[in-house]
Design a protein around this ligand. Structure first.
Ligand SMILES: [Zn+2]
Length: 450
């Protein structure tokens, strides 16, 4: 079951959850309205979320019969006709195309894919060498442009952490996609996430976040956010843990990342958990590789409509969502071809996009929401709990000269013409305001303006 249809089917539940949910509110921070944080380099972030990928195993082939055991009326796909493998040759072809086009995002590595075998041990049906090569491909090649996430442990059955075995009952209460996670404490979820992360760590991957399979944790957001924070810190010492849980495709729904459990901003150990939100459904090839998608839903051939156009024109990060079996589409690459069309249209229409990994978006948003800035006279004092590249701000006055000061060192910022490409260390004047871009250091820094 895919994330989108899950949410559509549980709108009533979701509404209740959002009402009681507590993403971080900015009001607590003293801020000076003369200064606002813009998008990085004054561009619109774009990212591509790939779910249900792992080493070799086609999650649709092995997952459908397990879902069908729980919901026999709903999972009627002829799964035996699907390929059991999505080959590494396709991973490489896809990864190279994305690198050539600057595309970045998140790539799942399900640690115990559909209970077939363990990425850090062996997977029945493939040789030890085949698994090793597949892991190397993702670790050495893909992970340059893609965050690697676990998608819980199996994406199908819940695993009893005490025994390492699936619980015996094939019911929604013991499936990762459905009920098990909805009433668990933050501690219980932390243990579950940490177990998944540990497998990927042993398999040689570095993770800064997690992806939820299907409906995992959707009625338990606070605990899910807390578990992400604790588990990523415990296993990887991640500075800014993030997670992907929701997609929002409604015209007026915000898809700005949300911050949870912010604490310690005035200490040497600031913490937060960032919820990164997808803005599209899987309109590529479906989660099972059996539902042909449509590029026009993202951006139409006239380049003037579609969900991505809506989000990009608002300036929100545009994060596309797909499932790996749908991109491969049983060897025909139908979903991949839809994606190529979408990227072609996006790059044809816009010259102000910036492809980012989810971890980079999470980091930027933590800085955007948690950095305090005070403009007093000709000095902008900045206090940042985290660092980020390409931090971009608007000051509501024309600036002729700007000097960035940090750690006793001063750097004169370069003034460029409005419309020229903004990058770190540069600024330009736009009507009565000025747009400045710089690498934000953790802690105190300031900009002297005149
Ligand atoms: Zn999934």
């Amino acid at each position: 079951m895919d994330r989108r249809s899950f949410i559509t089917k549980s709108v009533a539940g979701a509404t209740g959850v959002y009402a009681g949910m507590t993403p971080f509110a900015e009001k607590a921070l003293a801020r000076n309205m003369a200064v606002t944080v813009l998008n990085p380099k004054n561009r619109v972030p774009v990212s591509f979320i790939i779910d249900d990928s792992t080493a070799l195993v086609n999650m649709a082939y092995f997952g459908i019969p397990q879902f069908a055991e729980v919901f026999p009326d709903q999972y009627l796909q002829a799964w035996k006709k699907l390929p059991r493998e999505i080959p590494d040759s396709f991973v490489r072809e896809f990864g190279e195309w994305c690198r050539d086009h600057g595309v970045k995002g998140k790539y799942s590595m399900v640690p115990y894919p559909a209970c077939t075998g363990w990425l850090h041990r062996f997977i029945p049906g493939w040789s030890k060498q085949e698994l090793k090569d597949s892991l190397s491909l993702v670790r050495d090649f893909m992970s340059v442009d893609w965050d690697i996430h676990p998608e819980m442990i199996s994406h199908t059955r819940v695993i009893n952490l005490k025994t390492g075995l699936p619980f015996p009952d094939p019911t929604p209460e013991y499936m990762e996609n459905w009920e098990w996670s909805q009433d668990k404490s933050a501690d219980e979820l932390t243990s579950y996430l940490a177990y998944a992360l540990n497998i990927l760590k042993e398999a040689g991957f570095n993770c800064e976040g997690v992806t939820t399979p299907g409906g995992f944790g959707h009625r338990n957001m606070d605990n899910l956010a807390s578990a992400t924070l604790e588990a990523c810190r415990e296993i990887y010492d991640t500075e800014i843990p993030h997670f992907f849980r929701d997609v929002r495709t409604g015209k007026d729904e915000s898809v700005e990342p949300e911050l949870f459990h912010v604490s310690g901003l005035d200490t040497g150990d600031p913490k937060c958990s960032v919820h990164v939100i997808g803005c599209t459904g899987d309109w590529f090839g479906g989660w099972d590789g059996l539902e042909p998608g449509n590029a026009d839903l993202f951006i139409n051939p006239d380049l003037d409509g579609g969900r991505l156009v809506e989000v990009i024109e608002k300036g929100d990060p545009a994060i596309l969502v797909c499932h790996w079996p749908g991109i491969y589409y049983n060897g025909t690459q139908l979903g991949f071809n839809v994606f190529k069309t979408v990227v072609g249209r996006l790059h044809q229409k816009y010259d102000h996009l910036v492809w980012m990994k989810l971890s980079e978006i999470a980091r930027y948003w933590a800085c955007k929401k948690l950095t305090t800035m005070k403009l007093i006279g000709k000095t902008l004092d900045i206090q940042a709990p985290f660092s980020t590249p390409d931090f971009t701000i608007r000051i509501n006055k024309p600036v002729r000269r700007a000097v960035f000061e940090n750690d006793g060192k001063q750097v004169v910022m370069e003034k460029i013409n409005q419309g020229a490409s903004l990058s770190t260390g540069k600024f330009f004047i736009e009507e009565k305001a000025s747009i400045l871009c710089f690498d934000l250091p953790k802690g105190a820094s300031r900009i002297l303006i005149s």
